[in-house]
Structures are given as structure tokens and as C-alpha cells.
Design a binder for this molecule. Structure first.
Ligand code: SF4
Length: 177
């Protein structure tokens, strides 16, 4: 079975994305989400993803955000970079997470990569697809495009049903508003 490195933003988005890949690929999920604020929320979403993955026996890898453990650094290390980006905050957010995914996929010799960012109807779906396709070319990998949006709410509800946490905002400090 071919392998895929699936960038995961959270368990609720994973719930609708994983079924679209599970029949054809051996999935490893990758946690890399330095956008999520505050630290308490970051750790809660990460723990929820770990619990969800354990429940469904999915292999996991994680890269910790470099500001974790010192919340005041968040402004300097993530949000400032995102705000200063000339392509816009969300573009920076997608690109930085997907670039790390492609880099790790290459390092692990996993040819295919994808992302649960495609699950949410609130995200800029076409932008995510375009960024991932450019990165696939740059890193000589295969980006697997999926569109789980129609099952997004069913996925969120399935996570809640098993007693796991489902968040109420996108992730960064600005999105809390
Ligand atoms: S709103 Fe969501 S996608 Fe946009 S920068 Fe914030 S966390 Fe990232």
C-alpha cells in the first residue's frame, strides 16, 4: 500500500478527510500548527488529535511550534510573520504549514502528501490546493487533492459523539474575534 503524509489541523477536520484516503493509502498524520493560540487551546487541539489517532490506530508525527512554553513569544514568532506577509495572513498560514509537510514527507521518503485544511468549508479551498500543487512540484512529490467538505459537519459531529473536543474558532489570535 502506498503511504501518504496527511497534515492535520485538528481531529474534527481529520474525521472527514481520513475516510477519503484510508482505502488506498497507509496514513501518517502530521501535527504542525504554530498558528493556534493561546497555548492552552494549542495543547487541547493537539491532545484531541492524539486521542483520535490512537482510537483509530493511525500513525502520528508531530513538530512542536517553537513558541510553545513561552506564550508571549507567539506575537513575535508567528503572528508578526503572518501579518507582515505580503500575500496575506491566511496565505502565510497555509503555506508555512504545507511547506513543512512537504519537507517532512521528503525527509521520510513518503511520496504523497495531503492536508485536512481541505475539509473545512470556512477555508480558502482553491488557495490551499494551489499552494500544495506548487510545493509538490518544488519537492518532487505528489499532492493528493481531496474534497471532504460535504462530510465536514458529519465529521465534526462524529468527534463530539465520542466525547472529544471540537473548537469554535479557526486558530490564530485574530480569528478568536
Ligand atoms: S484565520 Fe485561520 S487560516 Fe487564517 S491565519 Fe488565522 S488560523 Fe490561519
Amino acid at each position: 500500500m502506498d503511504r501518504v503524509l496527511l497534515h492535520t489541523c485538528c481531529a474534527p477536520c481529520s474525521a472527514s478527510a481520513i475516510p477519503l484516503l484510508a482505502d488506498k493509502y497507509k496514513i501518517t498524520t502530521l501535527w504542525f500548527n504554530p498558528n493556534i493560540f493561546p497555548e492552552k487551546e494549542y495543547l487541547l487541539r493537539k491532545q484531541t488529535w492524539l486521542s483520535y489517532s490512537k482510537l483509530f490506530d493511525i500513525e502520528t508525527k508531530e513538530i512542536e511550534a517553537d513558541w510553545v512554553g513561552s506564550e508571549e513569544k507567539y506575537g513575535q514568532l508567528w503572528l508578526n510573520k503572518a501579518i507582515e506577509s505580503d500575500k496575506g495572513r491566511c496565505y502565510y498560514c497555509y503555506e508555512s504549514r504545507l511547506e513543512e509537510t512537504a519537507r517532512i514527507a521528503k525527509k521520510l521518503s513518503i511520496y504523497n502528501f495531503s492536508t485536512t485544511l481541505l475539509s473545512s468549508p470556512y477555508q480558502k479551498h482553491e488557495t490551499i490546493k494551489k499552494i500544495a500543487e506548487c510545493l509538490a512540484e518544488k519537492y518532487e512529490l505528489n499532492f493528493i487533492y481531496i474534497d471532504p467538505r460535504k462530510d465536514f459537519y458529519a465529521g465534526v459531529n462524529s468527534v463530539k459523539k465520542i466525547g472529544l473536543y471540537s473548537q469554535r474558532y479557526c486558530g490564530c489570535r485574530i480569528s478568536i474575534r
